[in-house]
Design a protein around this ligand. Sequence first.
Ligand SMILES: [Fe+2]
Ligand SMILES: [Fe+2]
Length: 199
Amino acid sequence: MRQKVLAWLAENVPPARVDHILRVEQMAVNLAQHHKQDMEKASKAGLMHDLAKCFPPQKLLEMAKTEGLEIDEVMLACPHLLHAEVSAIVARDTFGVEDEEVLQAIANHTLGRPGMSPLCCIVFLADSLEPGRGHTPELQALRHSSLENLQQAVWQTCDYTFKFLLESNCLIHPRTLTTRNWFLQKSKAKQNNILQPNT
Ligand SMILES: [Fe+2]
Ligand SMILES: [Fe+2]
């Protein structure tokens, strides 16, 4: 299956994007190993997370509509946001992926989702933090955080993404905010439990 996906990527995605995909796959496998998650699923989701990255906006909208996905105002204005969910459709229909966990990890890699699974968190983090994204102190701290605690790293990475989107005058999808809030609250609740184990 991996060879089939790599051959498809070589045809449909520019080489620089394939390099990013391979780095995401590698980081996802490393995080899965570190956090005792399924490494094979992490590899599959990492390898297929950006299948639809280069689809034109119209094609993304059409495929999302056919699938019955909810297309909100921000997605209409910026159909590129749909590439994550459409990549999961391609993974299912072209490569026969049936594992719902893998499909969800692909579908949630850009906007996240409140309550998403550890595998989803891993692919979400690997996409934003793979080594090709740079080596600023902020990114290095987020990578460190991703090894320490997945939930904490997710809300911190959402905050990092917000800063970038605000600076570049880009639209922010509300789901990134609800994801950030969910994981921030979850992390705080966990911390309070550690600090007050008997309450
Ligand atoms: Fe992506
Ligand atoms: Fe990506």
